[in-house]
Design a binder for this molecule. Structure first.
Ligand code: ADP
Ligand code: K
Ligand code: ZN
Length: 429
């Protein structure tokens, strides 16, 4: 049933394990130049329970940038064997260093995560992530091998070759980012295959925000079960939180991390079950521990217990990044609100793009939407009707009326890697 007995550890025992590991983490962290300074005067013994973590200072992405490259290393450089860097979706990259032991713990967490949603050693996994600095390549790869799956490091792109390998080697598990999954589903059909006849059964999707509607679309188009996977380079990479077969939020591995949800303005914990910024602390990292890291990812703890019996709390799908928020005519808007609306409409195809433009003195939002071929008809009236309906649905969600542009399928350029959902053209047109 479970990969590791720790997954069902009772809460009291889990919390005392967390306290113990937090004390160790503080002790180790203080050997790094950054935390030697930041944690001055703080003794590990001051920590009696994981709740005491609020007495520690936050660490921000800017701290990591300012300390680049070695300021957070708690050991001599000699002891490290791997480096990854965040893909830099927003700003300058940050480097993360791993000792061999850190890589082992990460592989175990990853294997546990994949087991949790039904992967077994008899499965064959194809990893369609890029294998560069991005942790979705090697991170998933080593975890998959650790679980004992036959692992195909296909890498990104080249959909024809991906399809051939899936068929030749009877791939049952795909690691694929959601925006690519939507595109890939289309490619498979265009290559003349019915997704129903493909050998796959599980898709591990994550690395970028996506809605429940997008998941439903992936599952239906690919004829697959898609499980949400969350992680970030600063916390190793993927394998931080993962959905179990019940698909009701992601179990966050609390023996390896302490997670908090805070109000980003005040830094205080939000009420149980409320949305806020996720703050993460590593508990098992010996090379580069990070304490109270402000992820800028917005989520909430899902109250209650999961049917699967795991005791580690679940987080909800990431609603977006704090930096993703757009302000238009005084209204706060997140790209995922737009995706949710679009993906719920049967006429809408696989891709969309939000453009912010300046018209005269006011800012406008332009939403380009790919329409499925069967709805992309020559009847102007039908198209205009559809355009109006999309604009109206969006307006009732985001409270401003965007200009909607209908596009033919596959006409919006697809990003290499993580999807770019918003382009700010203000002052650039
Ligand atoms: P970058 O910040 O450059 O994208 P990473 O590759 O480390 O660097 O990506 C981590 C980030 O990706 C997370 O902080 C989060 O914003 C996003 N992310 C990862 N997994 C998910 C997921 N399952 N759902 C939504 N967003 C995710
Ligand atoms: K195997
Ligand atoms: Zn569960």
């Amino acid at each position: 049933m479970y990969y590791d007995p720790v997954e069902t550890m009772d809460r009291a025992a889990l919390e005392s394990l967390q306290a113990e590991r937090l004390r160790q983490t503080i002790e180790i962290a203080k050997r790094s130049p950054f935390y030697a300074e930041r944690l001055k005067g703080l003794e590990p013994g001051d920590i009696k329970s994981p709740a005491n973590i609020t007495s520690l200072p936050f660490t921000t992405k800017d701290d990591l940038r300012n300390q680049y490259p070695h300021g957070l290393l708690a050991r001599p450089l000699d002891d490290f064997v791997r480096l990854h860097a965040s893909s830099g979706t927003t700003g300058t990259p940050v480097a993360v260093f791993y000792t061999q032991k850190d890589l082992d713990t990460w592989a175990d967490l990853m294997a546990r995560s994949m087991y949790c949603c039904g992967c077994r050693k008899s499965d064959v996994l194809q990893n369609t992530s890029g294998y560069g600095l991005f942790t979705g390549g090697l991170g998933i790869h080593y975890g998959s091998e650790r679980l004992g799956m036959l692992t195909i490091p296909a890498g990104a792109g080249n959909t024809k070759r991906q399809i051939k390998m899936i068929l030749d080697h009877q791939v049952t598990v795909l690691h694929i980012i959601p925006s690519f999954a939507l595109y890939f589903a289309q490619q498979v059909r265009e290559a003349g295959y019915d997704p129903k006849d493909m050998p796959w059964r599980i898709a591990l999707i994550g690395a970028e925000p996506h809605t429940e509607q997008a998941r439903a679309k992936i599952e239906q188009l690919m004829h697959i079960k898609a499980y949400n996977s969350y992680g970030l380079s600063e916390m190793n990479g993927p394998g931080v939180a993962f959905e179990c077969v019940h698909q009701k939020g992601m179990h966050l591995w609390e023996d390896a991390y302490i997670a908090e949800v805070i109000n980003p303005e005040t830094g205080e914990h939000v009420a149980e079950g409320e949305v806020g910024e996720l703050v993460m602390t590593t508990l098992t990292r010996e090379g580069m521990p990070i304490i109270r890291y402000r992820t800028r990812d917005l989520t909430r703890f899902i109250p209650g217990e999961c049917e699967c019996g795991r005791t580690h709390r679940r987080i909800d799908r990431i609603a977006g990044r704090a930096d993703d928020m757009m302000i238009l005519k005084g209204v706060n808007i997140y790209p995922m609100q737009i995706e949710q609306c679009l993906m719920a409409m049967p006429e809408v195809g696989q891709n969309y793009l939000i453009e912010l433009v300046r018209e005269g003195v006011s800012d406008q939002m332009r939403v380009k939407v790919e329409i499925k071929d069967e709805y992309f008809v020559e009847d102007m009236r039908a198209l205009q009707g559809l355009q109006k309906r999309i604009a109206k649905n969006l307006c009732s969600e985001i409270l401003v009326t965007p200009r909607v542009e209908l596009c033919q399928s596959e006409s919006i350029p697809k990003a290499q890697g993580k999807a770019v959902r918003v382009v700010d053209l203000r002052g650039k047109e």
